[in-house]
Design a protein around this ligand. Sequence first.
Ligand code: APR
Length: 227
Amino acid sequence: MEKIVILTGAGLSAESGLGTFRDEGGLWAQHRIEDVATPEGFARNPQLVHDFYNARRAQAAEATPNDAHHALARLQREFDGEVVIVTQNVDGLHEKAGSSVIHMHGALTGALCASCDHRWPAPLEMAPGQICPSCGAPQGRPDIVWFGEMPYFMDEIAEHLAGCTVFAAIGTSGQVYPAAGFVQEARYAGADTVELNLNSTDVSRAFTRHLIGPASEIVPQWVAELV
Ligand code: APR
């Protein structure tokens, strides 16, 4: 049976109005990664980190899926085989379009206790000293995988990659591992590989096929070939 594994990145949500990280004027041009996306940054200044994620959480709550998200949900509904979406995005737009996804970098809608690892639905606004509803420690943090932390569901993702017949990377710059290495794992499994992006990336040469253009145009075209 055909099995498609899809890795999505911030470029998929760009046309929904959510900023990417490394494009001109992106999030990492506005904020220092070490201040807002590391455990050390959170320990140093939890208010700054909560402000950063509160703003992104509010923006994501208002955002709507674009035609690329809807096309991937259609693929999951109509494809005659298995379709697994692994997303680096934390914005929840795949779910709003009706997709089921594996959140390897966590989600803005999630809160995590830094003391007991309990997880609960994040309030729209989190603040330093957020009380954990399970252990009561004032250690609540965004359930986001920060730099230096291990992405989630890696064993499950490795199994999907080992069994896939097609691997697609959509809207990701291929600069952050382990996600940027998934294409090699798929090639070892003998899968066809396709990169869908506005531009070429650091890992373009690892893909056998490239579709260039805005995701809201090229993803529906790609899905139409498959269903
Ligand atoms: N359509 C398709 N691709 C697009 C579009 C668009 N409309 N707009 C931008 N892109 C592409 C860019 O060309 C780039 O290759 O999306 C990619 C965005 O790259 P990044 O900003 O680096 O985002 P991403 O690859 O998802 O980052 C990976 O890095 O900072 C960490 O945890 C964070 O999950 C994130 C990870």
